[in-house]
Design a protein around this ligand. Structure first.
Ligand SMILES: O=c1[nH]c(=O)n([C@H]2C[C@H](O)[C@@H](COP(=O)(O)O)O2)cc1CO
Length: 142
């Protein structure tokens, strides 16, 4: 199971520690292609690499992915772009949103959910992540 994790980078790194926890937990279900998104050392300027190289690599990883998981509380153009591609590629996708942030999730994300291929789950925080992921990923060996 290859998993593509999306989280804000240039959109702001306020939730970076939460991303780190999600990436670590996702490791129980498969191989996370985008581990760097959960790297606490990665700043809001992003990776050192050339922007086109980042873009092309990430779209290729997205093509390879069996599932997509996104933390969507911190708004990010890149995450929105990835989710649009994932949707058109018909990838099974889980979006995690924290209403306690005081934000209201974009209609273009919540409005795309069908509860099957594209799932949006509201949650309180880190302690809920395990149970949500266990519910999303089928209990088959990988
Ligand atoms: O350095 C990067 N590396 C990278 O993989 N990304 C991808 C993965 C993230 O899920 C998403 C974050 O987009 P943004 O930087 O617009 O917040 O884009 C984005 C950047 C910087 O834009």
């Amino acid at each position: 199971m290859k998993i593509y994790f999306c989280g804000s980078i240039r959109g702001g790194r306020a939730d970076a520690r939460l991303y780190e926890h999600i990436v670590e937990t996702l490791g129980k279900f498969g191989k996370v292609l985008t581990e760097h998104v959960g790297d606490g050392q990665l700043s809001h300027t992003g990776e050192e690499s050339d922007d086109r190289a980042i873009h092309d690599r990430d779209l290729e990883w997205l093509r390879q992915a069996d599932a997509v998981v996104a933390e969507v509380t911190q708004p990010s153009l890149g995450v929105g772009y990835e989710l649009g591609h994932a949707y058109l590629m018909r990838k099974r996708t889980l979006c995690l949103f924290r209403p306690s942030s005081g934000r209201k999730l974009s209609a273009m994300i919540r409005g795309a959910a069908d509860g099957e291929r594209m799932v949006v789950t509201d949650y309180a925080g880190q302690d809920d992540v395990d149970a949500i992921l266990e519910h999303f990923f089928p209990a088959t060996p990988h």
